[in-house]
Design a protein around this ligand. Structure first.
Ligand code: PEP
Length: 252
């Protein structure tokens, strides 16, 4: 059975004080939750160890990016193995901000997926179309291409470490959310692409991201192919984030 996951991407926000207050508040809020959701916090890399300490093993921790290399003269980069070493279980790969602001290509995303999986991290592979691509009727083609390229570095049992986050670029941080129906349609299309690649598509968790809030999460998470969410802004407030975690339907 595929996992239900809610992951909070803090982006370049936070401080030691926030780590010390927010993680504990999130843990308290989750204490009475029994819907089986796996919760992941993805802070800036400098705060990972602090979050790992505060998380007490109850909440998983991830990094927002890893390098294309294992080690060496790559000043400023962080290897997947280092993230694993300090207690991370996940990394984001190919977030649209990495692709758009830092020119990360599908090819680099694929290499990073390979590094992450080889280091024992789960890879949350982010895919999604721009507004222009959607309006040109190319959304499924673009997302399918991103999934296929990222999948080129995944083999056999490594699929159990893969999570895919569909995040339409026009919905990230804008307050605009895909309708539950449009999001479901894209998730079903991603699952079909995975099947065509020979991946165990029914076992792979697919998350929706893009302005998910406490008031729209339940409708999105009720869709049959949406297994949770990747949350940006709303992950920085404990009440909002916990409400989103609560919106995941319980195990049936
Ligand atoms: C994100 O950072 O991946 C994201 C979805 O952000 P937001 O929820 O703020 O749109």
């Amino acid at each position: 059975m595929r996992r239900k996951i809610v992951a909070g991407n803090w982006k370049m926000n936070g401080s030691k004080d926030l780590v010390n207050s927010l993680v504990g508040e999130i843990r308290s809020g989750l204490a009475s939750l029994d819907n089986g959701v796996e919760v992941v916090i993805i802070p800036p890399a400098l705060f990972v160890s602090g979050v790992v300490d505060q998380a007490g093993g109850e909440v998983a921790v991830g990094v927002q990016n890893v390098a294309c290399w294992d080690s060496g003269a790559y000043t400023g980069e962080i290897a997947a193995g280092m993230a694993r070493d300090v207690g991370c279980s996940y990394t984001l790969v190919g977030h649209s901000e990495r692709r758009q602001l830092f020119g990360e290509t599908d090819g680099q995303v694929a290499v990073k997926v390979g590094r992450a999986l080889a280091s024992g991290l789960g890879a949350v592979i982010c895919v999604g179309e721009t507004l222009e691509e959607r309006e040109a009727g190319k959304a499924e083609e673009v997302v399918s291409g991103q999934v296929r390229e990222a999948a080129s570095e995944v083999g056999g049992s490594q699929w159990s470490q893969v999570v895919i986050a569909y995040e339409p670029v026009w919905a990230i941080g804008t307050g605009k959310t895909a309708t539950a129906e449009d999001a479901q349609a894209m998730h079903a299309s991603i699952r079909a692409v995975l099947t065509s690649l020979g991946a165990p598509a029914d076992e792979i968790s697919l998350l929706y991201g893009g302005s998910v809030k406490a008031d729209n999460a339940a409708a999105l998470f009720a869709q049959p192919d949406i297994d949770g969410g990747l949350i940006g802004g709303a992950s920085l407030k404990a009440d909002d984030f916990v409400s989103i975690c609560r919106a995941v339907p319980g195990r049936s």
